[in-house]
Every structure is written in C-alpha cells, then in structure tokens.
Design a protein around this ligand. Sequence first.
Ligand SMILES: Cc1ncc(COP(=O)(O)O)c(C=O)c1O
Length: 387
Amino acid sequence: MFDDHGVSLDILKKRAYNLRWATVPDGVTPLTAADPDFPSAPEIAEEIARFVKDRYFCYGPPEGLPEFKESVAGYFQAKRNIPASPAYVLPVDSAAFGIYITCKAFLSAGDEAIIFDPVDFLFRYSIESVGGIAVPFAIPPGTDKVDFGQLEKLITGKTKMVCLCNPLNPTGKVFAKDELTKLGEIACKHDLVILSDEIWSDIVFAPHVYTSIAAISEDVRKRTITVTGYSKSYGLAGLRIGAVMASGSEHFKKIMDASLHQSTVHGANVLSQVAATTALNKCGYWLEGFLAHLHKMRRVCVDELNAIPGFSCIAPEGCYVAFVNIKETNKSSKEIQELLMNSAKVAVVPGLKEWFGDGATGYIRISFATSDKILSDALSRIKIAMQ
Ligand SMILES: Cc1ncc(COP(=O)(O)O)c(C=O)c1O
C-alpha cells in the first residue's frame, strides 16, 4: 500500500491543491502542506459508493449522523481513555472549522487566548477572526520539558482560553502526561477553557505515547473542547471532515450555536461523515501500515537533512513533518525556500510568521508523507542544491 507504486502522480497533479502537486510546476516535488500522497483505504471508497448508489442525498441531522457520533465517541473512549458521550460530538467540515467555532463560542472581542509559538497559523487566525487577541507562548523546537509555570505569567484578567496543539505542528513535539497535568492545573486555577487540537494524535512515533488532556482528570475534561480531523491520519483532506467534542450539554450547546448547523447555513457533508465513520470503524489496519511507513520515512528524512551542511533537525515525536533549522546557512527561510524551488525543484514551507508565528524564524518545514522514492529523490536534489 505504501510502496513506491502506491502514489498516483497523474491524479495528484489534477487534484492535490493547497500548495501541493496541482499548484506547482511540472517537475517540482511539493513536500509542503501536510497530507498523504497515498490514496485512502479502499473501504472508504466502497462505503461512499454504497451510499451514493441509493441516490438519496437528504439533509442529515444538524448535530451529526448517529453512527458518526458513536464512532468518534467510541474512538475517544477506547483509544484515549476519555468517558466521551456521542451526544456531545459534533461533526464539522474540517478541524480548521472546529478550531474557529470553538474560538467563536468561547471568546468575545478583546478576550485573550494563549497559543504556542511556533504553531499552525489556524489558531491565531481563528482567534483574531472573532476579535480575540492571540498571546504567544514560546515552545522552541527541541524543548523537552515545557515549563508551563512560565505560561502562567502570560495570564491576565482577559485570558479566557489556552490552545493546545498536541502533537505540535510544526515541531512534532508530543506532550508528556506530566506536562499536560500542569497545563490542566493552570487552566483550572484560572478558569480557562482548553482548546485541544488532536488532529495529529494518531501520528505518534514509538516509544512516544499520546495522552489526551481530557483524560487527565474530570476537572480538566469539563473545561476541554477537543478538536480532531481525518485529513492527516486517513487522507481525507478534500472531504473536509473533522469533529468537535465537548464534555457536557452546556459547552456542546455553545459549540452547536457557533457552528450555525441548526440553521443549515453550515453543516458537515453526509458523505464525509460516512467516510470518517468508515475510517474509524474499518481502516485501523491502513493507519497502522501508514504509520509504519512514516516511521521509516522519518529516519530517511532526518538522516538526509542532518547530512546537509547548514541544516539540522531533530526527529519529530509526532506529525509527519521535519522542522529544519537553517540558521547556519546565513539565509532566511524565504531565501532557502526559493533556492530549493529553483535549484532542487522541491517546494517546502518557509518558517514565516504568517504560517507558524515568530518562533519559526530560521526554520523550514518538510513533509515526509510520501513514497520512499519521491522523498529520497527530493532529498538528494536538496543536498546537491545546498552544496
Ligand atoms: C494542527 C492542525 N490543526 C488543524 C489542521 C486542519 O485540518 P483540516 O484539514 O481538518 O482542516 C491542520 C492542518 O494542517 C493542523 O496541522
């Protein structure tokens, strides 16, 4: 499934947008936005085809298909040790929208929310879209134990939320249980909502283990809104499907109101809910195979990048991206991006503030969710270009 023949470049060239194959000139390899180059599990296509055959595409329930809600709650119970209830799971048309509606539900204009730095731009974007203020907390790449006591110093009377991205895109950090315990204590002490984005939580490399912050204690769970999605672990980015999970009816109602699902102004596509339900119920074997392949690609990527003069990177604990320190090249990340594009024919994501915050300065991000051949060829071209 994940060998060199698994990737159909002809199809990707027509369908893969968001900085990827369909958006770059022929001959360029896009190791950019992070979603897999491999087709999704066959069971997903089969289940969608079965549904389509009936030719009924009726409105679904605004709060989500029961089978979707049960599958997501079942996943959180079984895999994350959270007493999740299907009643408080809402399908959303992407994890991105899940982050946005959580901000909309819990922040008013002028409220502050703490975000990590560096972190995916979606947090700042969502907070600012609802009139909030994003307050960055630095977690530099390679930070082993985060001193969350320092985070506490950023809390003011206006702080309403702390945004956890675990595993942390782009640095690949997976937070340990004691770090999450400390963060949970601070959130309880200052009465903060925790937005926990767990979209990467299935992409964790052994011996690292994943803990959901909602599993830390009942007090912490009560203030946590968990957001997840199926773009990364099951290759369903274009189906735009994710889930938001609340701990009880009060928070769920706020999320539901913010989603605009009840009015049908917004909603999660029924076919996409069928796809995600199938992924969770039948495609665990596919995810396991994908993870085993990624484990190998991580080694290839990190070893090759560290052999390039001026580049250094640590092996990510989670996520399928390498976050490469390029400071010793004495070039900016934008200059390196352009150099690699022009000389190596490889597209990468530069560590610009608009993508990841100030903490990404002097870094580039490289995705390794592709075949061994595509990755190895691209890395050797990068090596030659940098020499
Ligand atoms: C941390 C994080 N959250 C959310 C998303 C968005 O996922 P989706 O495709 O479900 O909107 C991404 C995608 O890169 C991400 O890295």
